[in-house]
Design a protein around this ligand. Structure first.
Ligand code: SF4
Length: 363
């Protein structure tokens, strides 16, 4: 499987907790960026001919640049690389006031939308600095569905200011009642350099234990609606897992276009810096070799399926080294891992402290 990621680094306004690379949406800047993006996609498609199995527009707020430009970029990918039969094509969308031309996007070839809901509670949305409210989100979901989008993913945030167990439960019910097939549920992370980081002592955030409880509660609640957990922060109705993100976690190859986008092609990892200039000048930074056994295990253990003996054998042509199995087994009594005849994997409690568990298994 090969994926293509297109970064669209424009937002109407910066959310106070966000540290993604994005800039103010200015029409001429967006046009210049769209032209550069299409040119760069054509250039790399010529150098590395292959059909993409997934195409993902992330941001930023890709929906902000309008259907016409999005379809132009889509065409650059489909004419350059080619898209395999039944390719998954995702657009990240923010449910703001402006109407999104879902009909045009569907006609062009997009078949999945990922909507930045975050919460269905207007007070929580306000505290997160989001520009939409519950009704905007509802309108956005309905418009996508009536244009024929069946594969809809919603983002939720856990442990945000003023969130309660009841409000989280209501947000999850909102997703289920409105037909979401996939839910990405992330714990709020306070990133250095963001306004939230400076305000962190006055936000009324919960501590580590409460965060852990909220995460477990959300996962159980999502499961009660039929959303199976297949990755640390991702849940879906069976068959609706994000094929694009599975490429990352299964350590397969992908192209990334745009400032801060990463690629893994021909066994090497590369990325663009967080600046328009770096991308315009094609300053790809080499990040070394990728795809080794440690990387494969580290990424694979993010998945609920974990590392199976069979998948490791298929990838490397040898058995999963005993040392990893032994270290995973040593964490089993504490409830962080499971090992059986299929392979090794993390439990939900293990997911909560995945960095420490992975460090222990890979030490
Ligand atoms: S809309 Fe998304 S990418 Fe843009 S600032 Fe907010 S969280 Fe960040």
């Amino acid at each position: 499987m090969t994926g293509v990621y297109v970064h669209v680094p424009f937002c109407k306004r910066k959310c106070p907790y966000c540290d993604f690379f994005s800039a103010a949406a200015d029409e001429s800047r967006i046009d210049e960026y769209t032209r550069a993006l299409c040119g760069r996609i054509g250039l790399y498609a010529g150098r590395y001919p292959c059909a993409a199995d997934t195409l993902y527009f992330g941001g930023g707020t890709p929906s902000l640049i309008g259907a016409e430009r999005l379809c132009r970029i889509y065409s650059a990918v489909s004419e350059g690389f080619g898209l395999s039969q039944g390719a998954e094509v995702t657009l990240e969308v923010n449910p703001e006031k402006k109407d999104i031309d879902f009909e045009a996007l569907r006609k062009c070839g997009f078949n999945r939308v990922s909507i930045g809901l975050q919460s269905s509670d207007d007070n929580e949305l306000g505290l997160l600095g989001r520009l939409h409210n519950r009704d905007d989100a509802l309108r956005c979901i309905r418009a996508a569905r009536s244009a024929g989008f069946d594969n809809i993913s919603l983002d939720l945030m856990i442990a945000t200011p003023s969130q309660t167990r009841e409000s989280l439960k209501r947000s999850i019910a909102f997703c289920a009642e409105n037909g979401a097939r996939h839910i990405s549920a992330y714990l709020l992370k306070i990133e250095e350099g963001t306004p939230y980081y400076r305000m962190k002592d006055s936000l009324g955030l919960c501590g580590d234990d409460e965060q852990a409880e909220a995460y477990i509660f959300a996962a159980e609640e999502l499961e009660s609606y039929g959303y199976g957990q297949y990755e640390i922060s991702n849940f879906s109705i069976e068959g609706y897992e994000s094929r694009h993100n599975l490429i990352y976690w299964r350590d397969e190859e992908y192209f990334g276009f745009g400032p801060s986008a990463h690629s893994f092609i021909g066994g090497r990892r590369r990325y663009y810096e967080r600046s328009f200039e770096g991308f315009y000048n094609d300053e790809l930074i080499d990040d070394g070799e990728g795809g080794g056994e440690e990387e494969f295990i580290m990424l694979g253990l993010r998945l609920a399926e974990g590392i199976t003996y069979e998948r490791f054998r298929r990838r490397f042509g040898r058995e999963l080294p005993e040392k990893y199995v032994r270290r995973a087994q040593a964490l089993e009594a504490a409830g962080y891992t499971v090992s059986d005849t299929d392979g090794i994997r993390l439990t939900r409690r293990g997911f909560l402290v995945s960095n420490a568990v992975l460090a222990e298994i890979l030490k």
